[in-house]
Ligand binder design. Structure first.
Ligand SMILES: Nc1ncnc2c1ncn2[C@@H]1O[C@H](COP(=O)(O)OP(=O)(O)OP(=O)(O)O)[C@@H](O)[C@H]1O
Ligand SMILES: O=P(O)(O)OC[C@H]1O[C@H](OP(=O)(O)OP(=O)(O)O)[C@H](O)[C@@H]1O
Ligand SMILES: [Mg+2]
Length: 287
């Protein structure tokens, strides 16, 4: 019987949707009912385990799951020796220190002797130690932002993305101590050739999906005289594809452009007389 690679993903929360989306975009079919906590894909040798994110590093260490998707913050907080197989890039957030709006903050030394509420005592302890600050920790597993208002902490250290939760609870961010994205984790040694080869196949697909997400396919018309300049701006995968238009002196150019440089490139193309710029997403992309 063919072996299965077992992946642990968060059952519900900030990581769930994107974790499953990335695997679905690999053409892997699954997802019967959200109450099913273990299921197999119908067209790939992979089995899903839907659990709390805090449990994922231990499950992977103990071999309950072979790989898992967690926030890097959770992985570092638990300090379990595992391998980071890939940074998946989503669930971008930061671990920050925040204080009540009326707290006069001039630096980490202001926290000396204070009570700090957090769900990340290990990461926080490391930063305070480095800065020779001694504080007491109030360990809570959620709703950290409420603790100063109820008098059990003087400051907090929690995850921030938009900053809306801090603002709505009368807190202000004063120090970012850590930044995080979702990562795929696994044991340093899989210890099983069949599973290693399934993981290799899976990563080939995930890489193609991630690369595609970072690029756009761009088509535009251009006065031929500007082709050399444009080729320097848009390299494409090898070089741009150029076809002649019926109208004399004009060409159509097809290329790929990295998402994070897209608007810069767009402006330069406009300046060089590009017209009818069409931009489409790419589904899969290999090197
Ligand atoms: N506001 C945010 N924006 C982006 N990513 C976030 C945000 N908050 C948390 N994350 C990331 O998502 C991970 C899971 O967050 P979530 O709040 O869903 O966890 P949880 O409440 O501990 O869930 P669980 O019920 O599975 O234990 C965090 O460890 C972090 O990496
Ligand atoms: O800066 P923001 O965009 O407002 O996001 C920050 C909030 O998001 C996370 O909690 P989440 O909403 O996931 O709830 P939880 O406490 O149940 O984990 C985090 O713990 C913050 O409370
Ligand atoms: Mg959790």
């Amino acid at each position: 019987m063919e072996k299965m690679l077992r992946i642990a993903v968060q059952k519900s929360g900030r990581l769930s949707e994107k974790s499953l989306e990335i695997i679905k975009n690999c053409g892997i079919k699954f997802g019967s009912d959200s109450r099913v906590l273990k299921e197999q894909a119908s067209n790939f040798p992979i089995e899903f385990l839907y659990v709390r994110d805090d449990d994922i590093p231990t499950y992977v260490r103990d071999g309950v799951a072979d790989i898992g998707i967690v926030g890097r913050n959770e992985y570092d907080e638990q300090a379990i020796d595992l391998a980071i197989i890939r940074d998946l890039g989503f669930a971008k957030c930061r671990l920050s220190i925040a204080v009540p709006n009326d707290f006069t903050y001039t630096g980490l030394s202001c926290l000396q002797g204070k009570r700090i509420a957090t769900s990340y005592p290990h990461i926080l302890a490391g930063v305070l130690k480095e800065n020779k600050v001694t504080a007491s920790f109030v360990q809570v597993s959620g709703s950290v932002e409420v603790t100063p208002a109820v008098g059990i902490s003087d400051a907090i250290c929690d995850l921030v993305s938009t900053g809306a939760t801090l603002a709505m609870n009368g807190l202000r961010e004063v120090e970012t101590i850590y930044t995080s994205t979702a990562v795929m984790i696994g044991r340093n040694e899989m210890g099983d050739d069949q599973k290693s080869s399934i993981l290799k196949r899976l990563m080939l697909r995930i890489d193609a999906v991630m690369r595609a997400n970072n690029y756009k396919y761009v088509i535009f018309n251009l006065p031929e005289e500007h082709l050399d300049q444009v080729a320097r701006i848009v390299g494409g995968m090898k070089s741009p594809t150029v076809t002649r238009l019926m109208e004399k002196g004009w060409v159509s150019v097809q290329t790929v452009v990295a998402e994070d440089t897209f608007w810069d490139v767009f402006e330069q193309l406009k300046d060089l007389g590009a017209q009818g710029i069409l931009v489409t997403p790419i589904e899969k992309m290999t090197e």
